[in-house]
Design a protein around this ligand. Structure first.
Ligand code: NOJ
Length: 577
C-alpha cells in the first residue's frame, strides 16, 4: 500500500487557489483612459477580470501598485496606503476588489515590509531627525579614518550588486587585479543631510526600515490593516527575510565557496547571517505580522500570506512553522532545482513530507524576477512544467503571460527600467490582440509604453490562442478546469511514486473520501519517447485525461504496471478507471 503524504492538512480554501500574478504596469491599460498613458491601470485589470476567470484562476496576486518613484518597478514605495496616481485611485482599487469578489476571485496584494522609497515622508523626516522619526531607518555614523574619510560601519552588501559586475565588464574598475573578485556594492550610503550612513539591502533609493523600532512595526501593521479593511484577502510579502537583522551590525563572513564563474552576483561573496536571515528577530517579526491576520476583527475571513524568502530549506521550514494556518514561504525549490526527473522528485518529496499540519503548500514556475518559463525550458518544456505544477497540491502561482507561453523580450538598453538591467525581458506588456495597436495592451504611442511590447511574441496573443485547441492558453485552461473538478486534484494528498526510468517522474494524488486517484507522468527526455512502468502505483488501470502536448485526450486506456508510452518532452495526467 502506498502512503498518501500531506493528506489535506489544511481547511483553508487557499489550498485550491490558482493564483494569477499581475504586474500592473504592463498588464492592461483601461480602454476608456484618454489620453492613453502607455502603462497598465487598476481599471485595466478590472476590465480583464473575465479573462482571469475564464482561465480558471480564483485568486490574484497584485504586484506593487503604490505611489512610487519607480526606481525598482514599484518596490520602492513612497506611500504604503495609496494607489500610484498613474495607475488609478483608491476608488478604482475598491471597485477592483468588489468586482473580483463578485467573480469569486480573491485578491492578495504585494506588501513590502523591509524598505520604503527614499522619497517616503518617513525617510525625509528621519534624515532630518524630525518628530521622533530618528530611528525609523538604520543609521550609523560609520568610522572615520586618519584622513577624516567616513567608512561604512561593516561589510554588509546590497542585493543589487550586479551593476558592479557590469561596470567591470565594461572596463571600469581597472584597479582590480585579474584574480580579484569584483566587490559587491555596499549596503551603506552616506547621507549628506543627516551626515550618517543609512542601510539599503536593495537599491540606494530603497532605505531599509528599522524593524527593531516598535513604532515602525506598528506603522507597517497598520498599513496591512488598511488594505485588509478595504477587503484584500492577504499579502504576498516581499523579501521578508531581510527584516530580521542583527542590530549589533556584525560583519558578514566571507563565502569561501564563491567563484566568479558560478555566481552571477558579487553579493554572494558574503554569507548572510547578520544583515538578513537573523532568526531571533526575523521569527518574532513574522509572528507579529501573522497576528494581524489572526485578529478577531478578521475572524470570518480566510486570510493568507505568502512570504518571499531566499533561504536554505531548513530555515524556510522554521518560518513555515510560525503560523502555518495563515502564512507559508514561497516554494522556490522546484524552480531552482535543475530540470531533470531526479532533482524534481527529490525536491517535491522533501517538500510535501515536511509540510506541517494546517499548512498550505504552493508551487511556482516563474515571476517578475525570473526569466520566462519558455526562455528557460523551451516551448514544450514550459508546457510540461505547467502540467507538473498545476496538479500538485496547494496554491499554484501563474505569472501573467506564462499561460500564453511568452518568451523573454529583447529590450533595447535605452528602454530598460530595472536598476539591475536584468529583469525587463520578463515584464513586457501582455499581448491581448495582435491586430490592435501595441498588441491590445494600450493605444498610446509605442515610444511612450513603460516597456516596449515583445514583437516576437505578438502571435501568442490571447485573441489568437483562444481559438486554438492546442495552444498554451488552452492547455492551462484545460488543466485548471480538471484541477477544479477532480476530487483527487482538489483535496487529494501527494503520493510519491517511482518509475523504472530515471528520465520519467511520477507522482500521484489521492482523495481518501471519494477514492478518486490520479497519476501524473513527466518525461524529461528532450528527444526520445519513453515507455515507463510505475513501480508502486496506487492503481493499475487508468485513462489519460490530459497531455501537455495534445491537451484533450480521449481517455486513452493505460496499464501503469505494463507500461505507458510518453512522447519526448511530454507530461500526462492519468485518472483511475
Ligand atoms: C523582491 C521582488 O520580487 C523584486 O522585484 C524586488 O526588486 C525586491 N524584492 C526588492 O523589493
Amino acid at each position: 500500500m502506498t502512503m498518501s503524504m500531506h493528506a489535506a492538512r489544511s481547511n483553508s480554501t487557499w489550498k485550491n487557489a490558482v493564483v494569477y500574478q499581475i504586474y500592473p504596469w504592463t498588464f492592461s491599460e483601461d480602454s476608456a483612459r484618454d489620453p492613453q498613458l502607455g502603462h497598465g491601470s487598476i481599471k485595466g485589470i478590472e476590465e480583464r477580470l473575465p479573462y482571469i476567470e475564464s482561465l480558471g484562476a480564483n485568486a490574484i496576486w497584485l504586484s506593487p501598485f503604490y505611489p512610487s518613484p519607480m526606481v525598482d518597478g514599484g518596490y520602492d514605495i513612497s506611500d504604503f496606503r495609496n494607489v500610484h496616481p498613474a495607475l488609478g485611485t483608491l476608488e478604482d482599487f475598491d471597485s477592483l476588489v468588489k468586482s473580483a469578489h463578485e467573480r469569486h476571485i480573491r485578491l492578495m496584494v504585494d506588501f513590502i515590509p523591509n524598505h520604503s522609497s527614499d522619497k517616503h515622508e518617513w525617510f525625509e523626516k528621519s534624515r532630518r531627525r524630525e518628530d521622533g522619526y530618528d530611528d525609523w531607518y538604520i543609521w550609523h555614523p560609520g568610522h572615520k579614518d586618519e584622513y577624516g574619510n567616513n567608512h561604512p560601519p561593516n561589510n554588509w552588501a546590497s542585493v543589487f550588486s550586479i551593476p558592479h559586475r557590469k561596470a567591470r565588464e565594461h572596463g571600469e574598475m581597472s584597479w582590480l587585479r585579474d584574480d580579484e573578485w569584483t566587490p559587491p556594492i555596499s549596503a551603506w550610503k552616506w547621507d549628506d543631510v543627516r551626515e550618517e550612513f543609512y542601510m539599503h539591502s536593495f537599491a540606494v533609493e530603497q532605505p531599509d526600515l528599522n524593524w527593531s523600532n516598535p513604532y515602525v512595526r506598528e506603522a507597517m501593521k497598520d498599513a496591512m490593516r488598511f488594505w485588509l479593511d478595504r477587503g484584500v484577502d492577504g499579502f504576498r510579502v516581499d523579501a521578508v527575510n531581510h527584516i530580521g537583522k542583527n542590530m549589533e551590525l556584525l560583519d558578514e563572513e566571507v563565502n569561501t565557496a564563491y567563484n566568479e564563474a558560478w555566481y552571477e552576483n558579487p553579493y554572494d561573496q558574503l554569507l548572510k547571517h547578520q544583515s538578513c536571515n537573523y532568526p531571533q528577530t526575523l521569527h518574532e517579526y513574522v509572528w507579529e505580522m501573522c497576528q494581524v491576520l489572526k485578529d478577531e476583527a478578521y475572524e470570518e475571513r480566510d486570510l493568507r500570506m505568502i512570504l518571499e524568502a531566499y533561504m536554505g530549506e531548513s530555515d524556510l521550514r522554521d518560518i513555515d512553522a510560525i503560523a502555518p494556518e495563515v502564512a507559508s514561504t514561497f516554494n522556490f525549490g522546484g524552480l531552482l532545482a535543475s530540470w531533470d526527473a531526479n532533482s524534481r522528485k527529490i525536491q517535491m518529496d522533501y517538500y510535501y513530507e515536511r509540510l506541517l499540519r494546517d499548512a498550505v503548500a504552493n508551487q511556482v514556475n516563474g515571476n517578475h524576477d525570473k526569466s520566462r518559463l519558455v526562455a528557460r525550458l523551451g516551448d514544450n518544456g514550459a508546457r510540461v512544467a505547467a502540467v507538473l505544477n498545476l496538479f500538485l497540491p496547494g496554491m499554484r502561482f501563474i505569472y501573467n503571460g506564462e499561460e500564453l507561453g511568452l518568451d523573454d523580450a529583447d529590450v533595447p538598453p535605452w528602454r530598460l527600467q530595472d536598476p539591475n538591467g536584468l529583469r525587463d525581458p520578463e515584464r513586457t506588456p501582455m499581448p491581448w490582440d495582435e491586430t490592435q495597436p501595441n498588441v491590445g495592451f494600450s493605444r498610446a504611442d509605442p515610444g511612450d509604453l513603460w516597456l516596449p511590447t515583445n514583437s516576437a511574441d505578438a502571435y501568442k496573443s490571447v485573441m489568437r490562442q483562444k481559438q486554438h485547441e492546442k495552444s498554451s492558453l488552452s492547455l492551462y485552461k484545460a488543466a485548471i478546469r480538471l484541477c477544479h473538478e477532480l476530487p483527487a486534484a482538489m483535496t487529494g494528498g501527494y503520493v510519491p511514486l517511482r518509475t523504472d526510468s530515471d528520465q520519467v517522474l511520477a507522482y500521484g494524488r489521492e482523495d481518501d473520501e471519494t477514492g478518486d486517484k490520479l497519476v501524473v507522468l513527466v518525461n524529461f527526455t528532450r528527444n526520445k519517447q519513453a515507455s515507463v512502468k510505475v513501480l508502486d502505483s496506487h492503481f493499475v488501470i487508468g485513462g489519460v485525461i490530459l497531455s501537455s502536448a495534445n491537451v484533450e485526450q480521449a481517455n486513452r486506456r493505460v496499464d501503469l504496471r505494463a507500461g505507458v508510452t510518453l512522447d519526448s518532452d511530454e507530461a500526462i495526467v492519468i485518472k483511475k478507471i
